[in-house]
Design a binder for this molecule. Structure first.
Ligand code: ARG
Length: 475
């Protein structure tokens, strides 16, 4: 159904209609639109545009329509331009011509952005809850592997030994920041654009701050032109999702590498692997690879919207219809990807022998020698040089650091005594890094517990926000 046409002599060309149509992707906004309409209805009754009786008919019509949409007995049709046209057609179907009254005092321009914001709040909160699940999976694998010592890498080269739990749960901290970003995004974007009308506000919506509160927002926008133009919230949401995508890609890359025959750190469960159509022996880490690969489209979606917004004149321009598909795509992809990554982590079997067997390889304990000398008052630059000499000595003689004879040590530096030997094992090196962020199993365990608490507090905040928007978004 067309929401306009009075001033037109000719029908739109088929190609124009095709170009203009958004209902096939914006239909998912329908449940939010119904709720916004219900709030608007109260407003229209309040200011006397609608009688209480007509208001009651429309309210019943909207609720019946919502039910039919939920059951699938009402949906959009070929001639609907967008979700707004389809809903109005449905309401007229329920209430006759009276259904057209709901359009008073509001425009698709403020309606679409209100629906969109509510949709995003709903779905980003869902993503936040899924992130919590993934953090839970990483942390519980971490707790199981606190005492497994692994080679820690810089430049993908063996660097220093670490607790494998720290390696696993480093991801938990970046994902927790993502949840925090979502909560911060919600707090800053909790302003309702509803009441902006086409662009100038509407005399039929004198108190947007009231409907804002009824919906669950903290307040209303203070400039109606800004209200209908603002898509910062969508761009920020796309950034947050791109960042999550990047974080997942780093987990993915690690699992791909770790599951290779060369590393053999992890066996990814069959449930999260695929086979090859030609090589019967193959088991591929496809969940991890898709986690790595999908980051491309998350970043692409962010770029798409930023380019749409660049230099765009204020108030509504049809360009803005291009804001939704990138957002919907990022949401859909994350809702699909996050449970798979969580499942992959939960069901993964780590292989302690392979993880720890190389923990000292590549002279990862060389820093211990430098630290030992520094503690004995040798300037670190010199200590570093001496430790390097020890490595060189080992390489020339086919030895490990703890195999250098006492007299050879003394020749390298007079302060290298026999008490050095007790430091040259991976357990001692890992155990000595006791600071809050350090790699000692105790520190890592405390950090995990601390993060668990923080994430629990985030979960409380998520349900607080859902309650504030009760009726408008899913509970
Ligand atoms: N389908 C449009 C969109 O998603 C709705 C707003 C249309 N407003 C307008 N004045 N044409 O952006």
């Amino acid at each position: 159904m067309a929401l306009w046409g009075g001033r037109f002599k000719a029908q739109a060309d088929d190609s124009m209609r095709e170009l203009s149509r958004s209902v096939h992707f914006d239909w998912r906004l329908a449940p939010y639109e119904i709720e916004v309409n219900l709030v608007h209805l109260e407003n229209l009754i309040e200011i006397g545009v609608l009688s209480k009786g007509d208001g009651a008919i429309l309210k019943k019509g909207l609720n019946d329509l919502a039910k039919k949409i939920g059951e699938g007995s009402f949906s959009y049709i070929e001639s609907d331009e967008d979700v707004h046209s389809a809903i109005e057609r449905g309401l007229i179907g329920e209430c006759g011509a009276l259904g057209g009254s709901i359009r008073a005092g509001r425009s698709r321009n403020d309606l679409v952005v209100t629906d969109f914001k509510l949709y995003l709040i709903d779905h980003l909160l869902e993503i936040a809850s899924m992130l919590k699940e993934l953090i839970g999976a990483l942390n519980s694998q971490g707790i199981t592997h606190l005492n497994i010592i692994a080679p820690g890498f810089t430049h993908t080269q063996h660097a220093q030994p670490i607790s494998f739990a720290q390696e696993l749960t480093k991801h938990s901290f970046s994902l927790a920041r993502d949840i925090e970003r979502i909560l911060d995004w919600q707090r800053r974007n909790s302003l309702s654009p509803f009441g902006a009308g086409a662009l100038a506000g509407s005399p039929l919506q004198p108190t947007p701050e009231v409907s804002a509160k009824q919906m669950g927002f903290n307040g209303a926008h203070k400039n109606s032109i800004d209200a209908v133009s603002d898509r910062d919230f969508a761009a920020e949401a796309l950034f947050i999702m791109a960042m999550i995508g990047v974080h997942l890609s780093r987990i993915g890359e690690e699992f791909v590498l770790w599951s290779s025959t060369e590393f053999n750190f992890v066996e990814i469960s069959d449930a999260f692997s695929t086979g090859s159509s030609i090589m019967p022996q193959k088991k591929n880490a496809d969940a991890a690879e898709l986690a790595r690969g999908k980051s491309g489209r998350f970043i692409g979606n962010l770029t798409t919207l930023l380019v749409v917004l660049k230099a765009l004149p204020f108030a509504y321009n049809r360009d803005l219809q291009e804001d939704k598909e990138p957002v919907f795509d990022s949401i859909d992809q994350l809702l699909m990807l996050l449970p798979a990554v969580t499942g992959m982590v939960q069901s993964a079997t780590f292989i302690p022998q392979s993880i720890s067997s190389g923990a000292a390889a590549g002279f990862t304990l060389a820093t211990e020698i430098a630290d030992y000398l520094a503690k004995k008052g040798v300037p670190f630059a010199e200590a570093h040089e001496v430790a390097g000499k020890c490595v060189q000595y080992c390489e020339s003689n086919g030895l490990e650091l703890d195999q250098i004879a006492e007299d050879a040590l003394l020749k390298i530096h007079p302060k290298l005594g026999r008490d050095l030997y007790q430091l040259l094992n991976v357990e001692a090196a890992v155990g000595s890094r006791k600071s809050i962020m350090g790699t000692s199993p105790k520190s890592v365990e405390m950090a995990i517990k601390h993060l668990d608490k923080e994430v629990d507090a985030f979960a409380k905040e998520i349900s607080r926000i859902r309650t504030a928007f009760s009726g408008m978004i899913s509970q």
